[in-house]
Design a protein. Structure first.
Length: 231
């Protein structure tokens, strides 16, 4: 029996950012066969306007745009959405060294054009399968990090929750002072703790704020998720 395809949201909405008309037609046809609803734009400015006005299930972004870069566009979109959808990049450049900055910026994968339709669909399905609501606790991740020691997981989660109010207040106070360096430093330590104990949803909020520490929306979301976890 073959491997089962990852489940995806029913008729996902995809923001496709591509300025070449032939590539536009190809991507749109393949994506609509998923099926998916495709919103097609050609520039960074158009993508930012559409991508902030409506939430999409996936961003599929060309790394080279007529009025900017796909990496900068991704950063702008991520700053707007505290829990951003997954993003895939596409480019005509096949050199892996050229892909590294895109992966570091947060793209899940860099697809090289031209690509077979099956490869595109596989990447899109895999990305969409990760895009559901995040759980507060990822028990599998914590078990892997702590050698499946359930008692150690319980103890460390209790310690993590005991320290979280102070960490939250440090982040908020530093943000109020405009001390971006202090915000990033505290988030870096908090991110490590989230990974260790499997605080999945808080970890995503921390990462979003770390990428855009001057974003009021990301700060508000971080505060909301931290308070939710402490209830």
């Amino acid at each position: 029996m073959g491997a089962r395809e990852p489940s995806v949201p029913a008729t996902p909405r995809v923001l496709l950012v591509e300025d070449d008309s032939i590539s536009q037609a190809y991507f749109q046809a393949v994506l609509e066969s998923l099926p998916a609803t495709v919103e097609l734009v050609a520039t960074q400015q158009q993508a930012l306007a559409h991508g902030t006005a409506m939430r999409h299930d996936l961003w599929l972004i060309d790394l080279t745009l007529p009025d900017g870069s796909g990496i900068e566009l991704l950063r702008q979109l991520q700053a707007h959405w505290p829990e951003p959808p997954p993003a895939l990049a596409h480019t005509a450049h096949s050199d892996p060294a050229a892909h590294a900055p895109a992966l570091e910026a947060g793209f899940r994968e860099v697809l090289v054009k031209p690509m077979p339709g099956a490869q595109l669909l596989q990447a899109v399905r895999a990305a969409l399968a990760t895009a559901g609501s995040l759980p507060d606790w990822d028990n599998a991740a914590a078990a892997a990090a702590l050698n499946h020691d359930t008692e150690n997981i319980r103890v460390l989660r209790r310690m993590f929750l005991d320290e979280l109010p102070g960490a939250r207040e440090e982040v908020l106070a530093s943000a109020r002072r405009g001390d971006i360096g202090a915000v990033r430093a505290r988030l870096h330590r908090l991110q490590a703790g989230c990974g260790l104990v499997g605080a999945r949803r808080l970890g995503a909020a921390v990462e979003s704020l770390r990428r855009a520490p001057d974003s009021p929306r990301a700060l508000e979301h971080f505060d909301h998720v931290a308070r939710d976890l402490l209830r």
